[in-house]
Design a protein around this ligand. Structure first.
Ligand code: PLP
Length: 387
């Protein structure tokens, strides 16, 4: 899809930034004039504020969400010799984080309705070597904290949350990032809270994990030029922290906007259920933050997902697929020994899901236009059938 033909983009960050542009520019200017580019004041302020907002005690800013997982697992002493359960239908970074930490990834299939990790399937994969489970709060919907805590207690496992898509999501009285021993967040620009570049954070309530994370992101140093362990350079950039700190107060409102958009999609898509199109199920008690709004195009639908996506593109409506190939079928990871057919739910979902435009500022008339476009594509097949 070339840029000029896009009428409704998949994401539009300008709508978010324009109203607070002066504020954002001033925040950047302050960092420039203070010159504290590495681990400056804005990093400490943003770590404190984001942790407090998410119900966690400590926040440690790092260079990306991927590093928050890889280094975070290491900070939790999860690594070589440990098996880690993770959903197979996640962004590849969850897997990469586990591998970088030196642990063995054990994939788990997902629930076909919610696309979240299937804990019953996970239970069958626990071995004496299993040390942790990584629930991914996919699309902004939390995996049930109560079920997770029960699961972890039953099998004596650590919970390490991948909350990269779930800033301030809530469920059963827990915020994303406050359920497990630690949680990883991403501030990639299009996330619910995103910077002007890459960024990530580990949240934890454990002071030892927090301290180890502070070392790991900074060459394993406890003070300048004194290194007590192997670390790396993965600090949250001060300029990014300054931007994120300015944006944080708006996050609840932006999440609320996403919820309104999702509710309108839900309502308007309802009649399309009979054509085999339904949204990914959400639990009524969730503080879902709709990082993505995902529909399923069932095999009973007269059009394939590809046809619907192409036709929407022709109408200038950009969509996405999260994710088209489950982790176990990615060419880079064939050495893990999995094959097609191992995870039937995730494999089937990967062929059916389609993410619709979702961002604060997407207007009510645009939502109606998107749903009407899908309806008109579907009804064109009805007309063809009637001919
Ligand atoms: C579920 C999930 N985990 C991890 C990551 C990795 O975050 P980052 O892109 O900041 O490295 C992402 C980001 O796309 C994600 O969606």
């Amino acid at each position: 899809m070339n840029k000029s033909s896009i009428k409704i983009p998949f994401v539009n960050l300008n709508l978010q930034h324009q109203p607070i542009q002066i504020q954002l520019e001033q925040a950047i200017q302050t960092v420039v004039s203070q010159g504290d580019f590495i681990l400056g004041q804005a990093v400490a302020d943003f770590e404190r504020e984001f942790a407090a907002a998410s119900g966690a005690k400590y926040g440690i800013g790092v260079a990306s969400g991927t590093d928050a997982i890889a280094l975070g697992l290491q900070a939790c002493n999860i690594g070589s010799g440990d098996e880690v359960l993770l959903p197979v239908n996640t962004f590849i970074a969850t897997l990469i984080g586990v591998l970088q930490a030196g642990a063995k990834p054990i994939f788990v299939d997902c629930d076909r309705q919610t696309a979240l990790i299937d804990l019953a399937a996970a239970a069958k994969l626990v071995t004496p070597k299993t040390k942790a489970i990584i629930p991914v709060h996919l699309y902004g919907q939390m995996v049930s904290p109560r079920q997770l805590l029960d699961f972890a207690q039953t099998y004596n496992l650590l919970i390490f949350e991948d909350a990269a898509q779930a800033h301030l999501a809530a469920r059963e009285g827990y915020f994303a990032g406050s359920v497990g021993i630690a949680a990883a967040f991403s501030f990639y620009p299009s996330k619910n809270l995103g910077g002007f570049g890459d960024g990530g954070m580990l949240l934890t309530r454990d002071p030892d994990i927090a301290q180890k994370m502070v070392r790991l992101r900074n060459y394993g140093a406890v003070q300048k030029y004194f290194h007590v362990e192997m670390g790396t350079n993965s600090r949250l950039d001060t300029l990014q922290a300054a931007v994120l700190l300015e944006k944080l107060p708006y996050l609840p409102k932006w999440n609320c906007d996403r919820n309104h958009i999702a509710k309108q999609y839900d309502r308007e898509l309802l009649p399309l259920a009979s054509f085999g199109i339904t949204p990914i199920e959400n639990h009524s008690d969730t503080g879902h933050v709709y990082h993505l709004y995902v529909i399923k195009i069932d095999d009973s639908c007269t059009f394939t997902r590809q046809q619907i996506q192409d036709k929407l593109a022709e109408l200038g409506i950009q969509t996405g697929i999260h994710y088209p190939i489950p982790c176990h079928l990615q060419p880079a990871f064939t050495n893990l020994g999995y094959q097609a057919g191992d995870f039937p739910q995730a494999e089937a979902l990967a062929k059916q899901i389609l993410s619709l435009p979702m961002y604060p500022g997407l207007s009510s008339s645009e939502i109606t236009e998107i749903v009407s476009a899908i309806a008109s594509i579907l009804s064109s097949s009805q007309q063809l059938l009637c001919l």
